[in-house]
Design a protein around this ligand. Structure first.
Ligand SMILES: *Cc1c(COP(=O)(O)O)cnc(C)c1O
Length: 655
């Protein structure tokens, strides 16, 4: 291993164990050369580069680009057993899911993090000079344990081992910021994201406060993602991401022209820069993506507490650019990010309209760039193999996912139609095998609802009227339902939804001939890939207009899996593409409405009616069903991060 290469990487070589994995021309089994190119490009003063800040990154390395290490995988980094809470209680007691794989890098909680991860992957695919900035959460988000006696979840701490996680390396430089009058030192880590063809790389820097030289109360600051014990911790976590993040980029010698804030959590990056540079000039270098129309998603902090924690200089800047008009004693990170960024964007067309209503003062600057997913991460092997047999029609779709639109030209190809049904059933077979202890049947109509359990996403809608559901199953054929998702431990309404769902599932015990319901413990990107590629219908039923975009349905369509969705987020843009069935409440134009008025009864009935239409089509293998599967694949030519990142590059970064 050459010294100059190690210098470029800035690896901390005090622990020689890492040198076994970075050897000759390999980095944990992957080619080293593109990594060195990316590093020198970021350090090149002539080159324009982007820094992408995000509180969380979901990289799904257990299902895509898994690094290989010469060191054995620590048991702490193996996925623990997963339980199932079903209406087949006798099975729940004796079985758990047969999972035996590496833990996904646990520095994300849900869709926002997965989007950030997919963004880095597509930036690598497109060869953009970009670096991610995030936090190494030493206890991850949290581990969900089911509470079998009474239903519901018990949040458990996750203990994983960063020191033996394949691909994760400690760096030599450290950075310091001042918190509450004391010095906080941050250790830096690096993780590399390879393009799908392994020819290009994007690095991710992760900050970590768990250092012996820090006092105890500082060491825990980066332990748990979205820990909300008190305001001070939240301010500190945001200062680490934004302020220490800026210092980390400097310490690594990166020449950054655009600071992209994925959500307002990172808004203190501007504050740090504005301490030494002209704020008006700085604005041109900042861009901000706003992700949530839900009020609780916007960070607000007491100005006095900000002053105590971050000092007078920082607080003056926050007051100047992020004072909340409605709450004059608070600094608002959404407003701060909005007013200090030359470009701001919402994450779908509809979300753009809602965001402009919420922030009328910034109407002009708010663009819409619709989210996507990383095609190579989420497409299943069977569908990929099938598409590759049709390169005469689809061309180099793996390099240019927009070419998937041509799949429409295969609609009249009977062999293709048959093969697509077959490819789907290969995936479904994997799921049936996975759940065989719960009598899962590869033939039966299967639907999934899986994502964060947030009230506006209405996790309990499908189970609203279980008698009605049972009646449908008895008349039209058996139904299998898979549910998965975590409720943030402090989100009481979400936990109540979960308790109610489990109570209903319990009441259906004994109905397994018609209705099999499995709630899977500890949803993560591994399950996301398995479920989005294997069920027949992907259910998405947020209360419009509160879903900014949603992305899990995009993972499903790239596998030809139909959507059953309310008209919200990205689905508004796909409404005419015939990718399944749209149902439910539509808000009047120009109104945001009330996120607490969930409209459960009306929309549950609309959902049951939709199921009555869809189930017979599936059970008959109706040609209209296969048409919709093909429409799904065609739609994924647009809803991918390659298109999305290219839009960011053109409209915002201009690098
Ligand atoms: C994709 C993904 C999500 C996002 O789901 P939405 O339906 O967009 O809310 C959440 N969690 C995990 C683990 C995911 O992979």
């Amino acid at each position: 291993m050459e010294k100059t290469s190690l210098n470029l990487i800035k690896l901390d070589t005090t622990n020689e164990k890492y040198l076994q994995d970075i050897i000759d021309d390999k980095y944990f089994g992957y080619p080293l050369a593109p990594l060195l190119t990316a590093e020198s490009r970021l350090q090149d003063k002539e080159q324009s580069s982007v820094a992408y800040f995000s509180m969380e990154f979901g990289l799904a390395p257990s299902v895509y680009h898994t690094f290989k290490s010469a060191n054995p995988l620590s048991p702490a980094n193996l996925l623990a057993r997963h339980e199932v809470f079903s209406n087949m209680k006798d099975m729940d007691y004796y079985h758990f899911l047969p999972v035996n794989k590496m833990l996904d890098l646990p520095i994300y909680s849900g869709g926002l993090g997965v989007l950030a991860g997919d963004t880095l992957k597509s930036a690598a695919d497109l060869g953009i000079s970009l670096v991610g900035v995030g936090i190494l959460w030493t206890k991850g988000y949290f581990k969900q344990k089911f509470w079998f006696r009474a239903g519901g979840q018990l949040p458990d701490q996750l203990a994983w081992d960063p020191h033996s996680y394949p691909g994760l390396i400690p760096l030599k430089p450290k950075v310091k910021i001042n918190i509450s009058g004391q010095e906080l030192t941050l250790k830096l880590w690096k993780y590399y994201i390879y393009s799908h063809d392994l020819k290009q790389v994007v690095p991710l820097i992760l900050l970590d406060s768990n250092l012996e030289e820090n006092p105890e109360y500082f060491r825990d600051l980066t332990d748990q993602l979205y820990r909300s014990t008190n305001g001070w911790i939240k301010i500190c976590q945001r200062a680490i991401l934004g302020m220490a993040g800026v210092k980390a980029l400097e310490a690594l010698g990166y020449n950054i022209n655009k600071y992209h804030l994925n959500e307002g959590h990172a808004a203190f990056a501007f504050v740090e820069k504005a301490k030494t540079e002209n704020p008006e000039k700085l604005k041109k270098m900042f861009a901000y993506t706003c992700h949530t129309p839900v009020e609780a998603g916007h960070d607000r902090f007491d100005l006095q507490e900000l002053q105590h924690t971050l000092g007078a200089e920082a607080t003056e800047i926050i007051k100047r650019f992020g004072r909340d008009e409605k709450h004059p004693n608070q600094g608002n990170l959404t407003l701060l990010a909005m007013s200090t960024s030359e470009h701001a964007n919402a994450v779908a067309q509809k979300h753009g309209e809602v965001t402009r209503l919420q922030f009328p003062n910034y109407r002009e600057k708010i663009q819409s760039i619709t989210n996507g997913v990383h095609t190579h991460t989420w497409i299943s092997q069977s569908v990929r193999d099938l598409l590759n047999k049709h390169k005469d029609v689809l061309g180099e779709w793996e390099n240019y996912p927009n070419l998937l639109a041509h799949v429409q030209n295969l609609k009249s190809d009977q062999k293709f139609r048959q093969d697509l049904w077959q490819a789907h059933h290969e995936n479904k077979k994997i799921l049936a095998k996975f759940l065989e202890s719960w009598y899962f049947d590869e033939q039966a109509f299967t639907i999934a609802w899986a994502r964060r359990l947030a009230p506006y996403k209405r996790p309990g809608l499908l189970l609203r009227d279980t008698n009605r559901l049972l009646d449908i199953a008895k008349r039209l054929g058996p139904i299998q339902i898979i549910i998965a998702g975590k409720a943030h431990p402090a989100d009481v309404p979400a936990s109540i939804h979960m308790d109610e769902m489990m109570e209903k599932i319990t009441m259906l015990n004994g109905e397994r001939k018609s209705l099999r319901i499995c709630f899977l413990e500890n949803y993560d990107t591994y399950f996301a890939k398995m479920l989005t590629s294997s069920v027949d219908v992907w259910l998405n039923n947020p209360l419009p207009p509160f879903e900014a975009s949603g992305t899990s349905g995009m993972k499903a369509i790239v596998n030809g899996v139909l959507q059953l969705s309310t008209l919200d987020g990205w689905v508004v843009e796909a409404a005419d593409m015939k990718i399944g069935k749209i149902f439910g409440y539509v808000p009047p134009p120009g109104k945001i409405g009330d996120e607490n008025d969930l409209k459960m009864d009306e929309d549950a009935e609309a959902l049951y009616k939709s199921l009555e239409e869809l189930i017979p089509l599936y059970n008959k293998k109706d040609p209209a069903w296969i048409d919709m599967m093909i429409n799904c694949l065609a739609a994924s030519s647009f809803f991918n991060t390659q298109r999305m990142v290219a839009e960011y590059r053109e409209k915002i970064w201009q690098v």
